[in-house]
Design a protein around this ligand. Structure first.
Ligand SMILES: C[S@@+](CC[C@H](N)C(=O)[O-])C[C@H]1O[C@@H](n2cnc3c(N)ncnc32)[C@H](O)[C@@H]1O
Length: 201
């Protein structure tokens, strides 16, 4: 059975201290690099990084952005992110509670990023999440994640007990329905990749 939001938050908080060290897969690293490269914020842009975890994307984008808002459901992960920001003297990042379907953001957002987080949601929830992010009217949404490009015979790279990756087709439809056009697709493996969606309306 898939886990609830609270169960996901608790699970990540328990492992927050070891999270960075445990992210040693080539697919994860490639997705981080593609998300950062495609986000490409301008110097005065506000970036929302949702499912920010320990801040891998948020902290990488901070030097190029005006402000970065890192949002997550796990206080343990957010604490790690805050510690890293303080250690690195990064002052234009604010980490706080927020979830895909309620990102907890007041002002305008120019670019939304998310890496390896949306696959915790069911498919209908992913559609709702993409709608909620689109409602912030960013010009670009960059989604790196476990996602299925087609070959469902390969051994799962993810954990089916807690992860629920969507097909790329479903995600593409959800972005299109929300008024965004896919402008780049990076297939990292058959089960992981990065989608770049730009506002089309
Ligand atoms: C695998 S980590 C990825 C963290 C980071 N983005 C990275 O690339 O290292 C997934 C993160 O998504 C968060 N998360 C899971 N469901 C979420 C939701 N509905 N809203 C916001 N964050 C969520 C978890 O708490 C966790 O910190």
């Amino acid at each position: 059975m898939k886990k609830s939001l609270d169960e996901h938050a608790e699970r990540f908080s328990e492992h927050a201290a070891d999270y960075d060290e445990s992210q040693d897969s080539d697919a994860y690293r490639a997705c981080v690099d593609f998300v950062v490269e495609h986000a490409a914020p301008d110097a005065d842009d506000v970036v929302l990084d949702i499912g920010t975890g320990t801040g891998a994307i948020a902290l990488a984008l901070a030097p190029d952005a005006g402000e970065v808002l890192g949002r997550d459901i796990s206080e343990g992960m957010l604490d790690e992110a805050r510690e890293k920001a303080a250690e690195g003297g990064v002052e234009n990042v604010a980490f706080g509670e927020g979830r895909f379907r309620d990102p907890n953001v007041d002002g305008p957002v120019d670019v939304v990023t998310s890496n390896f987080a949306m696959h915790h949601l069911g498919d209908d929830e992913k559609r709702d999440a993409i709608d909620a992010l689109a409602a912030l009217e960013p010009r670009r949404i960059v989604l790196g994640d476990v996602m299925l490009f087609g070959d469902d015979t390969a051994a799962p790279f993810y954990d089916p007990a807690v992860d629920d990756p969507a097909t790329v087709g479903l995600l593409a439809d959800a972005f299109t329905d929300a008024g965004y056009a896919l402008t780049a697709v990076e297939m990292v493996t058959e089960q992981a990749g990065v989608l770049v969606a730009e506002r089309s309306v």
